[in-house]
Write a protein that binds this ligand. Sequence first.
Ligand SMILES: *Cc1c(COP(=O)(O)O)cnc(C)c1O
Length: 235
Amino acid sequence: MEKEVNRVTLSYASYLAQVESRIQAACERSGRDRSELQVIAVTKYIEAPEAQQLITLGMHHLGENRWQQARAKWESIGGQAVWHFIGHLQTNKVKDVVGRFSYIHSMDRTSLLEAVQKQAEKLDIQVNVFLQLNVSGEESKYGMPPEQLFAFAKAASVCKNINMTGLMTMAPYETDPERTRPVFRSLRKLRDELNEASILPNPVQHLSMGMSNDFEVAVEEGATWLRLGSVLLGR
Ligand SMILES: *Cc1c(COP(=O)(O)O)cnc(C)c1O
């Protein structure tokens, strides 16, 4: 049993090292400082003991896209990590997620914003929120249409328990990751336009973009949070 865990740790360490050197190289290509971005280890494919190994290797930000899948992990190792909710969030799950996840990356509608604000106020906490935008216009993707960004920001600016920290998007899967570049570039442009409009009390800094298939392009286009699953776990 112990042997098994050691083997897993060893391979996670080597996957992490490979990902790290690819991030470093993308930073160098684009003149960015590595300290500008952070990695969220997406643990939806694995159980608590493996997630624990990632924490031991220094990954302190964990991402999950469903409360049902996250629950057992959160209950056993929750206190050792900062949790990011990255999947579509149903309103009836808000009470499970708010208070446990410090960041919600999948904010995609005003009704959800109001539900999160209400629960956060009840618990007297601040919740960090990324607005998920459907930049590519793909029908199958969740996310708010970019045209609604300013209206959403206005609504968020009066929510006392919401800290709007950035924008999030998912690029369509491409066999050639280079083709995701326009999506990431658009998200950055939308962030800059939002800040120029001065709707929020503070400028939003962050861009949550880049997954296993396309993270290097996302780094080159200004990502500050990468959400990485399969590439970290060797899948
Ligand atoms: C699963 C998931 C990821 C990680 O995907 P990988 O391709 O395995 O890196 C990132 N973001 C979201 C929203 C996800 O659901």
